[in-house]
Every structure is written in C-alpha cells, then in structure tokens.
Design a protein around this ligand. Structure first.
Ligand code: HEC
Length: 147
C-alpha cells in the first residue's frame, strides 16, 4: 500500500468512526508532512536511500534475516568484514581484515571495487558524501543495542 492510500484509508476509518472530517483531514496532513525530507533524521534518510539505492534488493537488515544476493547486514557496523554465517563471500571480502566503521563503509560505498578489489558486490557506488553518511547512520542502527 502506498503512503497516499494509507492516508486515504486512515481518512475513511476516521470518518466512519464518526469523527469530523477536519480531524481526519489533519491526520492525513500529518501523514504527508512526516514524509517531508526536512523532518527526517540522518538514519531515517539513510533508510530511504538504502532502498532507493537498491541495497535492500540484495541485503536484508533484520536480526537473523536471510542472506540474499548479499549477506544479511544486521550488526555489520563495527564488525570485521565477511563474518555472516552461511554466506559465500569472495576471498577478497572473507580474507580482508577491514572493520566496517564510518571510514571503511564510506570508502566502500563510494566505490566498492576501488576500495576492495575482487569483491562481487554489484553496486556502482554513491558519489554523494551526504547520501553515504546517511546510509552509514542507518547501518549503525542495525544492531540490537541501537537505542
Ligand atoms: C546486486 C546486489 C547488491 C547490491 C545492490 C548491494 N550489495 Fe552489498 N553486498 C553484495 C554482495 C554479493 C556482498 C558480498 C561481496 C563479496 O563477498 O565479495 C555485499 C557486501 C556488503 C557489505 C559487507 C558485508 C559483510 O558482511 O562484510 C556491506 C556493508 C554492504 N554490502 C552494504 C551495501 C549497501 C549499503 C548497499 C547499497 C548502497 C549495497 N550493499 C548494495 C551485494 C549487493
């Protein structure tokens, strides 16, 4: 369901609960403004960019999530590269001693092949440093002690 159809559904629900149309209108407006980019935290921006950049096509992010084309990314921040059980990494990644922190993730996401020759992550790289920073802020939240 899209955001708009959710807003419409909320409108119908509220209207049918006997609330007046103006409060339903307010909640639809609130649903709209919560998606305004200016209101978003870096991590929330990063979550969106993560799906826009198709990372989510290859990577699940939930605890215990399946490996897809790429490994599950839960808890990847702060960990050595190539540690997900059951994922067939390339030697380039499995044998690297990179720890995924701000600097290494930034370099990797800017230019995966340039940062780690021989890895097989099929992603061209993100040139916009702000977008990378937002994605990294999001990746940091993928841990059980995020909050
Ligand atoms: C086409 C599929 C694909 C896309 C798109 C993709 N990845 Fe990957 N990713 C992979 C694969 C495959 C690996 C493992 C590479 C290897 O073993 O050489 C990987 C590895 C990683 C790793 C290292 C994981 C570890 O356990 O060391 C991180 C972090 C990562 N990807 C983040 C991202 C982010 C963020 C994006 C979006 C900007 C993204 N990936 C987009 C397939 C993908």
């Amino acid at each position: 369901m899209t955001k708009n159809s959710l807003a419409i559904a909320a409108f119908i629900l509220l209207a049918s609960c006997g609330q007046d149309a103006s409060s339903a209108g307010d909640s639809a407006a609130a649903a709209q403004s919560s998606s305004a980019e200016t209101e978003l935290s870096p991590a929330e921006m990063g979550r969106r960019i993560f799906s826009q950049e198709t990372c989510a096509t290859c990577h699940t992010v939930d605890e215990g999530g399946a490996n897809r084309i790429g490994p599950n990314l839960f808890g990847v921040y702060g960990r050595q590269a190539g540690q997900v059980e059951g994922f067939a990494y390339t030697n380039a990644l499995a044998q690297s001693d990179v720890i995924w922190d701000d600097a290494s993730l930034d370099a990797f996401l800017e230019n995966p092949q340039g940062f780690m020759r021989g890895n097989r992550m099929a992603y061209v790289g993100q040139r916009d440093a702000e977008k990378r920073a937002a994605m990294i802020a999001y990746i940091k939240t993928l841990t059980s002690d995020a909050d």
